[in-house]
Design a protein around this ligand. Structure first.
Ligand code: HEM
Length: 426
């Protein structure tokens, strides 16, 4: 490595550990020193080059040939031999999907699978999102206290995702444990003992995904994106390959719902921590779409992503060797003062909030971004209308330690049910 060969690491670079401490508390704040002094640095504890400025992150996203996404779903903490053996026992073979596929295969596949994500095809989902949201709120509206993650923000995006995909609605608790195992396996740092449990979880998730595909193949007239995928697999198997279908079936359940659940929890937490912003959106719901964008900028659910150089490169004043692994920290770029005026300030009126990098950028940019946005908007429309007097409860927030997926495990809120606007309407 160039870093190992030449320039000594700065003390901060040497100490950087994304699995504990400051990065887990606030990734953008933890990397302020880097944005100011050393915007691309090698982190020896991680074995990755960390990229923290907005422009550099965008440049990496823009060039997916020099900066290949092939390592996006790699285990950031390699498996122990025991864990590897367990995974092999399940036939685990997660490989390329879309997010980690190189060109030209990626674009060919993305084009073949794009239609379901077009705005006119998303429109019919709105009603379902609103109905599911209202049902969840009905269940707690008179209680005066709720954990919004457990009682609404986890399940609604999961149900929406399963419906959009056309995947049978299965045991939610099972899926939840699978998702956590997948996230820890890919972006976390399990201890050798935890690796064993995680490997069983991931292995079972892989087998479950295979069973779901078989069930869906039998349903010839099924609707939803994964049914479309299965039909394209029959039509153009060299583009929509068997390996793709199985890998995607596992990855998409997490990509489509965990991202949205976490972003929604971050959003409600952030707004309630800024009571003026909350009051403003209660008074004027037309402010909600931009408030959603600002929440995605200020407290997004994907805080870092990965790339790998395919040739020597020059980035942020640093020479990178071929094969350099990059951790590009969107949470840091999203607060970069060089791009966003007063980047640390939360401002729902910010005109360029939608320039955030939480959905990535360029040819791999999130295909589901408008589904995520729609869900977040509807959550806020319903919460502000029915519970404008909502407050955050006293609590200590906890997060699943990992580099990339961020959102509180629970979000306790409270209100006085006697003041619910619905009770005052005669
Ligand atoms: C890709 C974030 C919701 C499907 C991505 C990427 C990010 C991301 C960071 C990689 C982008 C890049 O490499 O440039 C998010 C966030 C979400 C969200 C923060 C919610 C707030 C969804 C939903 C779906 C979805 C709801 C599907 C229903 C995908 C797919 C890709 C992707 C298929 C791969 C695109 C490609 O490589 O061509 N997402 N996502 N995402 N996302 Fe999302």
């Amino acid at each position: 490595h160039a870093a190992a060969a030449g320039c000594p690491f700065s003390a901060q670079a040497e100490a950087f550990d994304p699995f504990t401490g400051a990065y887990q508390v606030d990734p953008a704040e933890a990397l302020r020193w880097s944005r100011d002094q050393e915007p691309v640095f090698y982190a020896p504890k991680l074995g990755y080059w960390v990229v923290t400025r907005y422009d550099d992150i965008k440049a990496v996203f823009r060039d997916n040939i020099l900066y290949s996404p092939r390592n996006v779903l790699e285990k950031i903490t390699p498996s122990t031999p025991e864990a590897m053996e367990i995974l092999q026992g399940y036939g685990f073979a997660l490989n390329r999907t879309l997010v980690n596929e190189d060109e030209p295969a990626h674009m060919e596949r993305r084009r073949a699978l794009l239609d379901h994500f077009l705005p006119q095809n998303l429109e019919p989902n709105q009603e379902m999102v609103r109905r599911l949201t209202r049902e969840k709120m009905d269940a707690f509206i008179d209680k005066g206290r709720a954990d919004l993650v457990a009682e609404m923000l986890y399940e609604v995006p999961l149900n929406v995702a399963l419906h959009f995909l056309g995947v049978p609605e299965d045991e939610i608790e099972t899926l939840k444990s699978f998702s956590v195992a997948h996230a820890v396996n890919t972006w976390g740092k399990p201890t050798p003992e935890q690796q064993i449990d995680v490997a069983h979880g991931v292995g079972r998730f892989w087998q479950y995904a295979g069973e779901v595909i078989e069930k869906m193949r039998a349903q010839k007239d099924g609707t939803g994106w994964m049914h479309h995928t299965i039909r394209m697999n029959a039509e153009i198997p060299e583009v929509v390959t068997d390996s793709y279908v199985h890998s995607m079936m596992m990855a998409i359940i997490v990509a489509a719902h965990e991202t949205t659940s976490l972003a929604s929890a971050n959003m409600v937490k952030t707004l309630l921590e800024h009571p003026q912003a909350w009051e403003d959106i209660c008074a004027d719901p037309s402010l909600i779409p931009n408030a959603v964008e600002e929440c995605l900028r200020y407290a997004g659910s994907i805080v870092a992503w990965r790339r790998e150089t395919t040739a020597p490169a020059h980035l942020g004043g640093v020479d990178l060797p071929e094969g350099a692994k990059l951790l590009i920290v969107q949470a840091s770029g999203n607060r970069d003062e060089r791009q966003f005026e007063a980047g640390d300030a939360f401002d729902i009126y910010r005109a360029d909030a939608q320039e955030h990098l939480t959905f990535g950028y360029g040819s791999h940019q999130c295909m589901g971004k408008n589904i995520g946005r729609m869900e977040m908007r509807i959550f806020l429309e319903e919460l502000t209308r029915r519970l404008p007097h909502l407050r955050l409860s006293e609590q200590d927030f906890t997060y699943l330690p990992n580099t990339s997926f961020r959102g509180p495990d629970a979000l306790w809120v409270e209100w006085d049910p006697a003041q619910n606007p619905e009770r005052r309407i005669p």
